[in-house]
Design a protein around this ligand. Structure first.
Ligand code: HEC
Length: 148
């Protein structure tokens, strides 16, 4: 009888936490996708300026670079364990090869901070190589960890 009671309490506890975590996974997916949407929103105009498609506005560029650096720090908060299922383009590799993913994420965070720093100079000749380096981290991480 006691065992049954314990089992029922256990099942109840599991049920409750099960519901909570399903939401938690969806929240995590939305969180990281929102972070990358923000990053893209700032990175796009920076790319257009770097390519000379729109006029270089050093203040605007530095503002975008600061935003990217800040949101890059947040992006990996969304990759919690268990959030590999659902409406996500993250590959299972994120969790299967976590050390490599973390390494690339860390590199991305460091480079975006360096880009934000160099952007303050307003010197496009210095900015360009750093911008290109950040762009490479987007592509390499997407190749390894994001499905098309
Ligand atoms: C360390 C890995 C990593 C780096 C670096 C990275 N991304 Fe991503 N990105 C991902 C993953 C994984 C997803 C898929 C997220 C999901 O669907 O849950 C993603 C998704 C996206 C999305 C789609 C968001 C959505 O609404 O579904 C955009 C846009 C994006 N990234 C842009 C960028 C840009 C621009 C950069 C570089 C400035 C960048 N990413 C750098 C891993 C990365």
């Amino acid at each position: 009888m006691k065992a049954l009671k314990m089992a029922m309490i256990g099942a109840l506890a599991l049920g409750v936490s099960g519901v909570a975590t399903a939401d938690q996974y969806e929240d995590a997916i939305n969180y990281r996708q929102a972070a990358f949407t923000l990053i893209k929103g700032d990175f796009g105009p920076m790319g257009a300026m770097a390519k000379g498609e729109i006029p270089f506005d050093s203040k605007a560029f530095a503002g975008h670079a600061a935003n990217v650096a800040a949101v890059a720090q947040m992006a990996d908060n969304g990759f919690i364990d268990g959030s590999d299922m659902g409406d996500t383009k993250a590959k299972a590799a994120v969790w299967e090869d976590r050390a490599e993913f973390d390494k690339q994420m860390k590199g991305f965070q460091t480079l975006t901070q360096e880009l934000a720093e160099v952007a303050k100079s307003g010197n496009m000749d210095e900015i360009k190589p750093k911008f290109a380096a950040v762009g490479k981290t987007c592509k390499s991480c997407h190749d390894d960890f994001k499905s098309k």
